[in-house]
Ligand binder design. Structure first.
Ligand SMILES: [Zn+2]
Length: 352
């Protein structure tokens, strides 16, 4: 018989093989001196395997990931887990309490990595997360949404030059994969430097639950768990549609100030020169189209109808392959997770 698996240890906590525990890591105090803990759920399987970390809400107002974690943690498949699953539904607790993307000092926690023990609040939180949680992981899925008033088509962002990250990105099966550079100070860059493959799932909008984004996220994580052989393969497998990979993306910005109406849905194909939306004055006497400069697929969109010149309105992914093939695949995968049933569709059409 194989030797018994060693317990899993984080900070002063210990989780035995076959055990599942919620660990409370001492993070900080509120002004009130109320204890603030970083809560970490650990499921330590009886059998060896990778250690997958799922993190959400590093931006405190990006809530879909919290619901994805909740649904994942009550999923019955986890009773058969090999390896170790670490789930942190709320990384930026300060931001989450304030319903804010940021920390109380206005810093973005996802620009504070790798962090330091003696730095700013963000730097200290990043340091704790890196040393106590991230360092234990062999693979990471980091869950995000679009910023406030902006929705994203479900998509994976990863550094595809790392074959392990590419494998996870393909297995996840979101409609689009964006091969993207890491940003300075992000957890993704930090994981890259530590040699830990990380994929980032972006879907939906801040401060909202989006059913298709949540469904696609849960499904994607379960697929990655099977890909890493942490869960047994499905008995019946339907052929999985391959996501399309974008090499680059660009933003279309507002050239005017005014009232804005989008005319295009997430996941739709864009041709060069296509009218994507309109900016008008509130008096009805002036209206200007906003057009695409390059073909691609719409992967992100501003929802707030009030815009200033320079505001980023449409995020368009660009593809090396013929874009209409890409769109067909994006549509098929989006359909499977119900991404075409976004509630904002009702105000998508022009008024005449
Ligand atoms: Zn984010």
């Amino acid at each position: 018989m194989a030797a018994k698996r060693a317990p899993f240890e984080i900070a002063e906590h210990r989780v035995n093989p076959g055990e599942r525990r919620t660990l409370h890591l001492d993070l900080a105090r509120l002004y009130t001196h109320t204890r603030l803990d970083l809560d970490v759920e650990v499921i330590h399987g009886r059998r060896p395997g990778p250690t997958l970390l799922i993190s959400a809400t590093i931006h405190g107002d990006e809530l879909n990931g919290v619901e994805i974690c909740r649904q994942l943690l009550k999923h019955k498949a986890l009773t058969r887990l090999r390896g170790t699953l670490i789930v942190v539904p709320v990384v930026n607790i300060f931001g989450f309490i304030q319903r804010s993307r940021y920390l109380p000092d206005r810093r973005d926690l996802n620009r504070c990595f790798p962090g330091s023990e003696k730095g700013s609040l963000g730097s200290r939180v990043a340091h704790l997360f890196r040393t106590q949680v991230l360092a234990h992981a062999s693979h990471v899925i980091d869950l995000h949404t679009g910023a406030a008033h902006r929705s994203n088509l479900p998509q994976i962002r990863a550094n595809l030059s790392n074959p392990d990250a590419e494998g996870m990105a393909q297995a996840f099966g979101a409609p689009v994969i964006l091969d993207s550079k890491t940003l300075d100070g992000s957890m993704r860059e930090c994981a890259d430097e530590m040699g830990i493959p990380l994929i980032l799932y972006e879907a939906g909008e801040a401060l909202r639950f989006d059913d298709s984004a949540i469904r696609g996220g849960l499904r994607g994580i379960l697929r990655v768990l099977r890909h890493l052989e942490m869960l047994p393969p499905l008995q019946r497998t339907r052929p999985q549609l391959e996501p399309v990979t974008a090499n680059s993306s660009y933003w279309v910005r507002a050239h005017y100030d005014g009232i804005y109406r989008p005319l295009i849905r997430l996941g739709q194909r864009v041709t060069r020169g296509q009218v994507l939306g309109l900016i008008a004055s509130p008096f009805g006497n002036w209206e200007e189209p906003i057009t695409a400069t390059h073909p691609g697929i719409l992967i992100g969109r501003t929802n707030i109808p009030l815009v200033n010149e320079g505001d980023a309105l449409f995020h368009i992914a660009r593809f090396g392959t013929v874009t209409h093939h890409a769109q067909r695949r994006v549509e098929a995968i989006s359909e499977a997770i119900g991404a075409h049933r976004l509630p904002e569709d009702q105000w998508n059409s022009p008024d005449k």
